[in-house]
Design a protein around this ligand. Structure first.
Ligand SMILES: *[C@@H]1O[C@H](CO)[C@@H](O)[C@H](O)[C@H]1NC(C)=O
Ligand SMILES: *[C@@H]1O[C@H](CO)[C@@H](O)[C@H](O)[C@H]1NC(C)=O
Ligand SMILES: *[C@@H]1O[C@H](CO)[C@@H](O)[C@H](O)[C@H]1NC(C)=O
Ligand SMILES: *[C@@H]1O[C@H](CO)[C@@H](O)[C@H](O)[C@H]1NC(C)=O
Ligand SMILES: *[C@@H]1O[C@H](CO)[C@@H](O)[C@H](O)[C@H]1NC(C)=O
Ligand SMILES: *[C@@H]1O[C@H](CO)[C@@H](O)[C@H](O)[C@H]1NC(C)=O
Ligand SMILES: *[C@@H]1O[C@H](CO)[C@@H](O)[C@H](O)[C@H]1NC(C)=O
Ligand SMILES: *[C@@H]1O[C@H](CO)[C@@H](O)[C@H](O)[C@H]1NC(C)=O
Length: 889
């Protein structure tokens, strides 16, 4: 069941669309008797066409499908009748080639405007789907004046949709999805009056949806999802009386859902999530009897929800309205949607009203029920809800008051196949016994409650469980199994995620954890565990990839010879002593190593340079000492070795091999992917940035920082620092650096925070620094600097304390900043970014960014790291937010 948490609601519907494409049409092909030989010029054209491309791998989508996927053109030869070749259909009378179906044929290459395809003028069907064609679609496609069906999906066609397609008046089916088309949806689309199907999803189309779409009276399928469309939905779409499928999710559409949609009497699937729609949903929509699915989650719909009155039975199976701004009561008439399989109302602001949960009891087919964060005073009885539908498999009640102690559960325990239960923040005080009989359960989030005492041993006998989140409770220990043999004899536990941070666990880390052989992520941070890190954790070595024991009272040294599959190891804020085990250099998968705030007494671990994946190294606040040898850390993006006893000089080429910070690599810049963690777990860390501590809630790919502060480094700052073009944070404060600040720092175009305070730096501040437009914070105080302080907005908006105690700084910027210590520079500059504070947990108030250019960049990573609280409690159907580079269909 791995990964079932990914947008279970959105994706299946989208797949439905893809399926529809295949089941529609093509019944008119392959009726050709081989009596007639095809025309020689058409045969030659086909052979020439074949030679324009080469064979490559089959499109991955074809591999997933059962239908005819193979290089059809391979069978095409000189002498046989081309009408009998694979993928070719001829007209029996005229012998013209009328159909070319080359979907899933593994063809690769650029389409040229002179393609010999143009010598097949009688084509009525052209299907080139799921190959690897690229380049523009030649405008000569408009010469196929008989064309009825045109399908080009699943290629890499780019450029605009050729306007010549607007001449193909016989077209009934036009599918161009999953390509790289740009530009607008052409207005001339409205001239193709025979169109019944129009699919343009997953391209890069921009602009508004042309209202001329309303002139296509035959249209049944309209699918534009996954583009960058803006503006309002044209109300003319409400005139498409034949429309059955309307999919416009994942665009940037605004405005209200037109009330004319209530007239779409054949509408079956309506998908418009992940846009910015506002207003209410026209209640007529809910009374359309043919409707099976309404997906409107992740918009800004508001007002009260109304389902209207209708006598006809509802066929609605899927209703997804989550993550909007609905207020008011949940309409009781929801109980008439008796065929609902999936219902998502989380969150829904009932404004503190009581909710009568029995309105959900007639929904006997429910499989997925999301009712978290309803803002209601009513306490939900978990047992009752479980009894409404025997088919329930995902239930989310997070953020509501939930009672788990129904007496009936003792005599008549619930037994259904629930596999995911979200009970985060439900005010639960005792571990719910009634879970004990839910043998199908795989995913349990019971975090953020007030559960006391022991984590029961029976929990580990729920043998399908792979995810348990116990974080933020007041557990004190894990109950040990009464059976002596321990767990492994019970059944092979499948647990992969055990998250128990921020409880009151004390004593030693229990050894039963070492028997959870499938464990991948163990987070026991922020507890009171004592003793040493158990050696037996080494038993988990083949699976364990994330180990977080931060903020405990663990002593001893880091064990050797274990954890060799780790991707992240965080043992910060403990009492560890000794040295870093040299065996760490075999942890070839390690990406994050954080040992901050311990008592580790060692020299600089230059030997970690052999870890090709190491991206984050934090040695902060230990007793590391000695010089830091010249080491190459090719992947390192964050290094914090501050507050140790390192000393010595750094050669001028010190940073020359730290390639990850000099260029992030094309595929990574601006990429939405996090480099650490997975869907269910991400690492966090704290970093000094802009003079304050900043928590990187999830360490992101594009973050880069060097913090060498609080040591005894001497000599000059290495000039090679200027190579770190992607660096965001640089801190050399509180050392004994001498000489002048290298002017090569002027190359650090991405730099946002620079601290060289409390050194013995002399000379001038390089004028080049004045050009660094992202540099929002800098601190040169307590040095021996002289001369003209550079100009530029950034310098003029600093705090005077950033320049104090130097030998003789002057200039207009300096005067402006330190003009009058009693009237500090305008505060405005520091308060422009309230949005940011919502999104990253700043431990202290963040100092602002400059408005304008740096904004987009910074917001870029912040948006990614921001997820509302309920997100984690309810990742189902939620993970596709405002970014769209999702690799799936
Ligand atoms: C078709 O004929 C040409 C020469 O006329 C020859 O080179 C080629 O191999 C033939 N192709 C096939 C598939 O028979
Ligand atoms: C078509 O044009 C391309 C360049 O635009 C050329 O390389 C190719 O040989 C031409 N093909 C034919 C069949 O003329
Ligand atoms: C819808 O159709 C009606 C009559 O068929 C027409 O009067 C109206 O203008 C159309 N609405 C839009 C928005 O195109
Ligand atoms: C539905 O019917 C009830 C009473 O039967 C009425 O109060 C309510 O206004 C009606 N709602 C709509 C939208 O027609
Ligand atoms: C580190 O260990 C050495 C001996 O190996 C000792 O002399 C030194 O005092 C220790 N440093 C700290 C800060 O404990
Ligand atoms: C576990 O729950 C806590 C509290 O709700 C949450 O902060 C944390 O992100 C969850 N852990 C994961 C890995 O989702
Ligand atoms: C600059 O650094 C000095 C010493 O490290 C510190 O006292 C001062 O507050 C810093 N200034 C700012 C604006 O952070
Ligand atoms: C300047 O920095 C000091 C120390 O960080 C702080 O106390 C003071 O409030 C800051 N002044 C302004 C205007 O931000």
């Amino acid at each position: 069941m791995k990964g079932f948490g990914n947008s279970t609601i959105i994706i299946p519907i989208s797949l439905c669309f893809i399926f529809l494409i295949f089941i529609y049409h093509f019944e008119d092909v392959l009726a050709t008797p081989p009596r007639h030989l095809c025309r020689p010029e058409q045969r030659d054209a086909l052979l020439a066409f074949k030679n324009e491309f080469h064979f490559g791998k089959l499109h991955y989508y074809c591999e997933l499908q059962r239908f005819d996927s193979h290089p059809k053109t391979k069978s095409w030869g000189n002498n046989s009748d081309c009408c009998s070749w694979k993928g070719i259909t001829c007209n029996a009378q005229s012998r013209e080639v009328v159909g070319l179906d080359l979907r899933c044929s593994g063809l690769h290459g650029r389409f040229h405007s002179n393609s010999s395809l143009q010598n097949l003028p009688f084509l009525t069907t052209l299907d080139l789907s799921f190959n690897d064609f690229y380049g523009q679609v030649p405008s000569s496609v408009g010469n196929f004046s008989h064309l009825i069906t045109l399908r080009l999906q699943g290629n890499k066609f780019s450029g605009r949709i050729p306007s010549s397609i607007g001449n193909l008046f016989h077209l009934t089916s036009l599918y161009l999805p999953n390509n790289h088309f740009t530009g607008r949806i052409p207005t001339w689309i409205g001239n193709l009056s025979q169109l019944t199907e129009l699919g343009l999803w997953r391209n890069n189309l921009v602009g508004e949806i042309p209202s001329s779409i309303g002139n296509l009276p035959q249209l049944t399928i309209l699918a534009f999802w996954g583009n960058n469309l803006v503006g309002e939905i044209p109300s003319s779409i409400g005139n498409l009386s034949q429309l059955t499928d309307l999919s416009i999710s994942r665009n940037d559409l605004v405005g209200e859902i037109p009330s004319s949609f209530g007239n779409l009497s054949k509408l079956t699937y309506f998908e418009a999530s992940l846009n910015a729609f506002t207003g209410t949903i026209p209640f007529h929509l809910f009374t359309i009897p043919s409707l099976i699915s309404i997906i409107l989650s992740d918009n800004q719909l508001n007002g009260t929800l109304e389902f209207g009155n209708t006598s006809s039975p509802s066929n609605l199976e899927s209703l997804s309205l989550g993550n909007n701004n609905f207020k008011g009561p949940i309409p009781r008439s929801i109980s008439k949607f008796v065929n609902l399989k999936s219902l998502d109302l989380s969150p829904f602001d009932t404004q503190g009203r009581p909710v009568d949960f029995s309105i959900f009891s007639p929904l006997k087919s429910l499989q997925y029920l999301y009712l978290s964060y309803l803002n209601t005073t009513t306490t939900i009885d978990l047992y009752d809800i479980l009894s409404y539908s025997k088919k329930l498999s995902i239930l989310s009640l997070s953020g509501n008051h939930v009672s788990t102690t129904n007496k009936s559960s003792v005599s008549n325990p619930p037994s259904q196949q629930i596999y995911a239960l979200y009970l985060s923040g439900c005010g639960i005080t005792e571990f719910p016994e009634l879970l004990r009989t839910l043998h199908g359960i795989e995913y349990l989030d019971i975090s953020n409650n007030k559960i006391k005492g022991q984590v029961p041993a029976w929990l580990w006998t729920l043998s399908n469980m792979w995810y348990v989140n116990l974080s933020n409770n007041t557990f004190i220990s894990f109950q040990t199994s009464k059976k002596k043999q321990g767990l492994s004899s019970v059944r092979k536990p499948l647990l992969r995620y055990l998250l128990g941070s921020n409880n009151n666990f004390t004593g030693k880390i229990p050894s039963f954890i070492c028997e959870l052989r499938s464990l991948e992520t163990l987070d026991l941070s922020e507890n009171n565990f004592k003793g040493s890190i158990p050696y037996c954790l080494g038993n988990l070595k083949s699976n364990l990839s994330h180990l977080n024991l931060r903020q405990n009272n663990l002593g001893g040294s880091l064990p050797k010879h274990i954890f060799e599959s780790l991707r992240s190891l965080d043992v910060g804020h403990n009492q560890l002593v000794g040295k870093l085990p040299r065996s760490l250099n075999r942890f070839s998968t390690l990406e994050v190593l954080n040992v901050e705030s311990n008592k580790i007494n060692d020299t600089f671990p230059f030997w970690l340079g052999s870890l090709r994946k190491l991206r984050v190294l934090v040695l902060r606040s230990n007793a590391f000492h000695g010089p830091i040898h010249q080491a190459s850390f090719p992947q390192l993006r964050i290094i914090d070795i501050s507050h140790n006893h390192f000393d010595g000089t750094l050669p001028s080429n010190y940073f020359s091999k730290w390639t990850a910070m000099s260029s992030l690599g094309k595929n990574e810049v601006g990429s939405n992917k996090m480099y650490m963690g997975d869907t269910y777990y991400q690492d966090s860390m704290v970093l000094m940035n802009k003079g304050v501590e900043m928590e990187l809630v999830r360490i992101l790919k594009i973050y880069t920082a060097i913090d060498f502060s609080g040591n005894k480094f001497e000599g000059e700052i290495p000039k090679s620092i200027g190579l770190m073009k992607e660096l965001l944070v640089l801190n050399f404060a509180n050392n004994v650096f001498t000489g002048s600040i290298p002017s090569s720092m002027g190359n650090l175009k991405a730099l946002e925070s620079l601290d060289v305070s409390q050194n013995k730096l002399s000379g001038e501040i390089p004028q080049e620094l004045g050009e660094l437009s992202f540099l929002a914070y800098m601190n040169f105080s307590h040095n021996k600097l002289t001369g003209l302080v550079p100009g530029g907005t950034q310098f003029r908006t600093q705090n005077c304390s950033s320049f104090e105690d130097n030998m003789g700084l002057f200039g207009p910027s300096f005067d402006e900043v330190c003009r009058d210590i009693h009237t500090p520079p305008s505060h405005q500059q520091y308060e422009t970014k309230e949005e940011d504070e919502e999104v990253i947990s700043w431990i202290a108030a963040a100092i602002g960014f400059i408005p304008g250019i740096s904004f987009g960049f910074t917001i870029g990573y912040i948006l990614l790291s921001y997820k509302p609280k309920w997100w984690f409690m309810n990742p189902f159907g939620r993970n596709k937010r405002r970014w769209r580079s999702t690799p799936t269909h």
